[in-house]
Write a protein that binds this ligand. Sequence first.
Ligand SMILES: [Zn+2]
Length: 265
Amino acid sequence: MTNEVYWRLGCFFSILIIMMLLEWQKPARKSPVKASTRWFANFSLVLISSVAARLIVPIGLTALAIYNTEQGIGLFNLLALPMWLVIILSFLLLDMLIYWQHRLFHQVPLLWRLHKVHHADPHVDTSTGLRFHPIEIVLSILIKLTVITILGVPALAVLVFEIVLNGFALFNHANIRLPKRLEHLLRLLIITQQLHRIHHSQRPDETNSNYGFSVVWWDKVFKSYKKAATLTDDNLNIGLKEFRRVNENSRLWTLLKIPFIKKQI
Ligand SMILES: [Zn+2]
C-alpha cells in the first residue's frame, strides 16, 4: 500500500494518454466547441474537485479501510472468508453501488442539479470522464467511505476498485469507435464508448439508460440497458437541450455555478 499514489497516478495517466492519442488519431465524432476551451474547463474542474475533496474529506478511502481492518469493523472483517473471495465480492458490491449512485443522481432533482454539470458537456471525450462538480465528488467519496466501513472492504480491494473505476471512466468517455467486431464482443461484458454515448444523448429516455461505468450487467439486471439510440452514433445529439450555448457551458465558471442557477444557458 506504500506505493498507492504511484499506482493510482501511473494507471490514470497511462490510460488518459492512450485514450487521448486514439481520439487524436481517429476521432469518432467532431466537437462543436474548440478542444482547448473544453479541455481547460474539464481539466481545471478535476483539479478543483481533487483539492476540494482532500480539504473536506481528509481521510483517504484506503486509509479508512486499513483502520477498519485493524479495528475489526465491518462485515468482511467479522467473517472469516478467503481473501480472494472478499476481493471479488467487494469489487462487485462497490460496482453495483456506483451503478445505483449514478442512477440516483439522475432521479433525485437536487442530485441531478450536480450531475447536470457532467451531462451539459456538448461533446463526449476522455476529458468528459473527469467533468464532475466538486460537490458531486465529495458526496460520492462520503457514500464510498460509508459503504467501505459497513462492508469492511480491505484496502487492496478499495485501491484496485478505484483504479479500475477511474480507468473505465476515461475509457468509456473516449471519443473513439472500436472496430465493429471488437465492439460487439466487448459490449457483452463492459460498457463501450458507443453504449456510453447513448447515456449522453439529449433524449431523456436515452440519458436515463446505460448507467453502468464498467461492467454491462447491472444495466441488464436492473432493466436500464439500451443497446441502440434512435439516431446513429454519428448523428446522436449529445448534451442537454436546455444548455444550447455550447461555448458558454464549456467555461469553468459556468460549470461551477450550474447546480445553483435556475435559468438555462
Ligand atoms: Zn449520468
